[in-house]
Write a protein of this length. Sequence first.
Length: 613
Amino acid sequence: MSRLEVRKKSKAQLVVDNLYEDLERRIIASPPGLCPVDMTASFLKLFHAQTCGKCVPCRIGLGVLEDMLEDVLDGKATLETLSLIERTAKAIYDSADCAIGYEAGRMVLKGLEGFREDFIEHITNGHCSCHLEQPVPCVALCPAGVDVPGYISLIVDERYADAVKLIRKDNPFVTSCALVCEHPCETKCRRNFVDDAVNIRGLKRYAADHCGLVPPPECCESTGKTVAIIGGGPSGLSAAYYLQQMGHQCTIFEQRKELGGMLYYGIPNYRLPKERLAEDVQNILATGVETKMNTCIGDGDGEISFKMLKENYDAVYISIGAHTDKKLGIPGEDAKGVISAIQMLRDIGDGNPPDFTGKNVIVVGGGNVAMDATRSAIRLGAKNVSVMYRRRKADMTALMDEIEAAIAEGAEILELHAPQAIETNKKGYVTAMVADPKIIGLITGGRPSPANSGREPIHIPCDIVIVAIGQDIVSEPFERAGIPAKRGRFLAQKDSSIAEKDGVFAGGDCVTGPATVIRAIAAGKVAAANIDNYLGFNHKIESGVVVPEPRIENKTPCGRVTMMERNTTERKKDFNIVENGMTCKEANQEAHRCLRCDRFGYGVFKGGRVEEW
């Protein structure tokens, strides 16, 4: 009688598996600034190494492509080589037997389409058209360009106030971003080469929690110029902060009774307590920024006209937020019990939360606003909370940490369910959601699209439907004043200015559409510099902080410190902050994991100078 034996990996295969793991980490940490032609050639070699060699397109064709790409990199190619590369890649794509071959051909074709200029630059001038130096990944990927290695090195030295000063040079919302930023800076952290990305956001919070009172820097001498800022959200407040430092008197016109925009009215207390947001807002106002609250800009009774602002101020910056919701466009969406997530979160911010005690709630959407609405509904006493999303959970745009937190607190994710109609009783109240089951289909625009499953619609009983499928701005009053807009967004130029509107600038969500907090802050910072230039100046913002020189020490592999959270059964009963900060020991260990890419290897920061912009 024969027996089956469990196959064991050979020693060679185990080494290959480990090498693949190392390769995966390097791909994850692949920084901006790499030569795209060189990267294409490297990936092509990897594809070639994986082929079985049975079909000619892979066995011969990929080798030919490799040689031609090497000729491009070595300066031996001509412009005719490009068309030959294109024809060869297309032939491989059309004729290879398996995905290894035709995906390799497709990759080269995409490269020729996406960065043909770099191919041409290599052929004609012998080098890449990108910058010769590689930027520090965390700095390059932070929309505001914060000196991340700099402030981490200050945390190592326990100079927390200086760390906050250095961050404020590029981002005045230190505490808020320490709590809610999506931390794109971590995505390409070179520490991934060793083990895992540095917990940059966690270290920022540690500095914010232990810095004490850090007053804003002194402002420059008054220029006599005035700037009106429409909208007191993160973009408008950031612009005001930097313009005020430059000596221009800023006045913020805010429609609501509190400053902060979506930071105040869109993010619940369990993520961003109002008192922590107030720390950032008060620091900004301490520079001398003036505010006019409960003030609308428009052409109605009691409103201030845009024309008046244009006549009375030297420059105007429009930074209104996306505070209106998008509609589902299905029968029954005007029923009693259907509310928008934006309005619900705004009511919570105003201290008028709805009562969901004992209710069955369905939240429609898959973004961060949907997760905020879901977790808030749980805290407001809902009996059951379900999130309905027409794609898969993996396709949701919300942070995965937020999705998992909602699930841990008791929410159910109804993936591949598209809302079809809302059923009501005779009194017009919601009784059920009719959902159309979907299957995942073809990939368009980088994400798989939902497709018809052929199954019958299902009826899900509910009392409340919360709509969280997107946001828009109110652009009509500004369009009547001559501000160009398209699909609810103002048409600003690269320097934030509005064409044919001298002295008028716009930025943030009203230009890009709803985006992250850090992107709004970056827009305000860019606008401030451009408004300063428009007013005839070229001020430099300095931190006054000298970054410490790096220590020469071993970088032994070490696990990443993750932020601990309050117990699920306790935290879902209140709106107190969920996430706990790092301990002193955790922060010290995590800060020492930074590889100081600003000083070692290629980087844009050289020498121990004081940074400015």
